[in-house]
Each structure stands twice: as C-alpha cells, then as structure tokens.
Design a protein around this ligand. Structure first.
Ligand SMILES: Nc1ncnc2c1ncn2[C@@H]1O[C@H](COP(=O)(O)OP(=O)(O)OP(=O)(O)O)[C@@H](O)[C@H]1O
Ligand SMILES: [Mg+2]
Length: 400
C-alpha cells in the first residue's frame, strides 16, 4: 500500500463540500493517484485505464487528466470497475451499459417553457447555483437548441460547446467549464443551428452522455430552450423534475399548458411543476398557475404542482446584465430566497417548504393577467391541439 496518500483539499469529510468565506461550496476533496490506490487497493495502472476508458464517469475537471486527481466519491466507482472488468471479465461495452443505469445518482431538473423569453435561463442558472451552494455537485447543461446563452448570464466564455462533444472534437472533460458558485457548465452552441439540427442518433447520444454524467453529479439542471420539439421532449423524458416556466400572459399560459400536454402525452416520469415568473401587482401568481392547472385537470386529467413564483425583479435583470447570478450578487434578496426554496423542493421532490407571501412586492408592472385559457367545455375545446408532430422534430405552437 502506498504511504503517500495526499488529500489535495483536506477540509471537509467525504460527501460534503468545503465552505468558503462567502458560503459558496467548493467541489469535494480530491485524492491523488497514490491515495486512490491506497484506499481502493486497485493498482495505479488500472485506475488510469479506468479513467481513460470511462472518462465521462470520472471527475470532469479539465485539469483532472493532467494532475490525475480523484473525487472521493469515485473510490466506489474504481472498486466497481475493478470488480466488473478484472474479476468478472465483463466486456467494456457491457460495463458502460450497466453503469449508466446503476450509477445514476443525479437528480435531473429540466427547465422548460412553451413561449420564449420567460426566464428559463435566469431560473436554471440560479437554481444550479443554489444547489451547488447546498453542497451538491451540480451540472448546468445548456441544451437550448441553437440559441444557447447560459454562458452569457453565467459570466463564462467557453472555448468549446456541446457540439464539439457530439462531433468528437472534444471530450466531456474538455467541454465542461467551471461556472459561478462551483457549478460545472456544459455550454450550448450559441448562435449556431447545429444543435437544433441534430439528427435523432446524435440526440440519443447526447441524452446518453447526460445519463453518464448523472453518475458523477448530484444534480443536473437542463435549460431546454423554448418550444416543444422532439429534442426537448427527449430531455423531459429523462428528467426527474420538469419546471415549466410561464409568465402572466395569455400566450405564455397557453404555451405552458401546451408543454404540460406534450410532456403528459410523452408519459414523462418526472413531476411537472409550474414556475410563474415576472409577477407584478396586482397579479396573483396562484391564479395564473390555477388557470394552467385547470386546463391540465380538465383536458389531461393531470395536475402540475406550483413550484413557486418570482416577482418582476430589477435585481434579477441587473444580475443577468452584470453576468453574475442573483444567488451570488444578492443572496439575501427575496427572489434569491425563493429560488433557494425552489431548489430545495426540487431536490426533495416536494412543494417548497416555506409558504410564500400571497402578493408580489409592490413594483410598477403591466397589470392583471388577461382572461384565462378555456377551462370549461368539452375536451374538444382543448385550447392546444394534440401534438402530432412533436416527436418528429416539429414544434407545437400552443396558440389558439
Ligand atoms: N423575474 C425577473 N425579473 C426581471 N427580469 C427577468 C426576470 N426573469 C427574467 N428576466 C429577464 O427577462 C429576460 C429573459 O430572461 P431569460 O433569458 O432567462 O428567458 P428565457 O426563457 O431563457 O429566454 P429564451 O427563450 O430566449 O431562452 C432577460 O432579460 C432576463 O434578465
Ligand atoms: Mg434561455
């Protein structure tokens, strides 16, 4: 056994992040190769082989390959690989398949909407920062098809994107970048149409990659982009939580219902939640959510829960403009607190713990929401036609 086991960040027990002065957690402690060998009993050459062959299952820092460090939670992975490959003689392809299923631990949270510009990216980034601050290894995946901009609000300038990954020009480790508050970011293809034009095979491998990543993260937040295409539905299918963002606007409410409908028809396994954004007096966010829920209840027989709501908040807008998430720039603000409660609820799979005040803070706003979508009448009155083309890559437009 090697004596020179070295903790590179010896500050908190395995499984817990290390708190910094500003309360933002770092990634968990790391081990060098000698330590990993000492703790697992697996020879260094085998560990290096595992790291090379199963790179997407290991810690994903770009520097990891050069410095050869390991997350403490990867020790079990090393032992499992050793058992499967060297003790049981399992072929590598079979090992990959088995691990994709068994090692999945991450909670996948898809943030989506029917109508664009309703705050998905803002919500996704801040939820991710809240989760990372709570000590969870968090990945923020910008899956917006062709209009990716997580990196803009997150204040990062990635050299590579998910397109490089899919086209084999880069490994996962090379594409992932450090984002704000300890979040790891898988950047999308900004301003390009490549991701939007992905063929189903490429999309399948992207979703598969996501499942592999699930083995090394505790939470994966996916910004799906607006509209319901088959590509968005692919992400919704693997999500444990689907956050449908809507604003108090008739088109957005209808489109939100359209998303709920497509997700329901796709038989998603995850919980569907509503997040009402850009709320200003005298709008009642519960009433907005109830209009969407009413449609879902009547026409689909399902009832998405209300995750929470956010006021039209200048601080959120300014944080985005400054490219620093609100959770970091104004962590005590009302919106930041709401987002933290929502993040906790998403991880725990229940409604936010603390009841939110009934009315949004008093700010100038556009006034009350327009009339609700149709909530009475025969199912034929369903305001959103059935999404026949949703699974062939078409976009369901939810307008009447
Ligand atoms: N609660 C809020 N208060 C004030 N401004 C907000 C709020 N939420 C989002 N915004 C602003 O609204 C705009 C749209 O937000 P964002 O880009 O997050 O939406 P999106 O749904 O991701 O858009 P797209 O569909 O184009 O990807 C941004 O300028 C953002 O700063
Ligand atoms: Mg966006």
């Amino acid at each position: 056994m090697a004596q020179a086991a070295v903790w590179c960040v010896p500050c908190s027990p395995p499984g817990q992040g290390a708190a910094t002065k500003d309360g933002v957690n770092l990634r968990p402690p790391t081990l060098d190769l000698a330590a990993a060998t000492a703790l697992t009993g697996v020879e260094p050459s085998k560990i290096l082989f595992f790291q090379r062959e199963f790179h997407s299952l290991f810690r994903l820092a770009e520097e990891a390959a050069e410095e050869c460090r390991f997350d403490v939670r990867e020790l079990e992975l090393i032992r499992t690989l050793d058992r499967l490959i060297f003790a049981e003689g399992c072929p590598l392809g079979e090992v990959r398949r088995r691990l994709a299923g068994t090692l999945r631990t991450a909670r996948v949270i898809a943030v989506t909407s029917g109508k664009g510009g309703v705050g998905k990216t803002t919500v996704a980034i801040n939820l991710a920062v809240a989760l990372a601050a709570g000590g969870r290894r968090t990945l923020l995946f910008d899956a917006d098809m062709g209009m990716a901009n997580v990196h803009v609000f997150a204040g990062i300038n990635p050299k590579r994107t998910v397109v490089d990954l899919l086209q084999g020009r880069a490994t996962v480790g090379e594409v992932l970048v450090d984002g704000p508050g300890g979040v790891r970011v898988l950047p999308g293809a900004s301003g390009l149409t490549e991701l939007a034009d992905l063929d189903p095979g490429a999309m399948a491998s992207l979703v598969q990659e996501l499942l592999h990543l699930g083995a090394v993260f505790d939470a994966i937040v996916v910004d799906t982009g607006a509209g319901i295409s088959s590509r968005v539905v692919d992400f919704l299918r693997v999500a444990d939580e689907i956050v449908v963002v809507a604003i108090p606007d008739i088109a957005s409410m209808l489109d939100a219902y359209g998303v709920v409908k497509v997700a329901h028809e796709a038989r998603v396994k995850g919980q569907i939640r509503l997040l009402i954004n850009l709320v200003s007096p005298p709008t009642d966010p519960d009433a907005v959510a109830e209009r969407i829920r009413g449609c879902a209840r009547r026409f689909l027989g399902c009832e998405p829960t209300l995750l929470g709501w956010l006021a039209q908040d200048r601080a959120l807008q300014e944080a985005n403009q400054k490219r620093q998430p609100l959770l970091l720039s104004q962590p005590q603000s009302d919106s930041a607190q709401r987002l933290r409660r929502m993040a906790a609820a998403l991880m725990n799979g229940h409604a936010p713990a603390a009841a939110a005040p009934a009315a949004p803070p008093s700010q100038p706003g556009p006034g009350p929401p327009p009339a609700a979508p149709v909530t009475r009448g025969r199912p034929a009155d369903d305001p959103v036609p059935t999404a026949r083309n949703a699974h062939q890559g078409g976009v369901v437009h939810a307008g009447p």
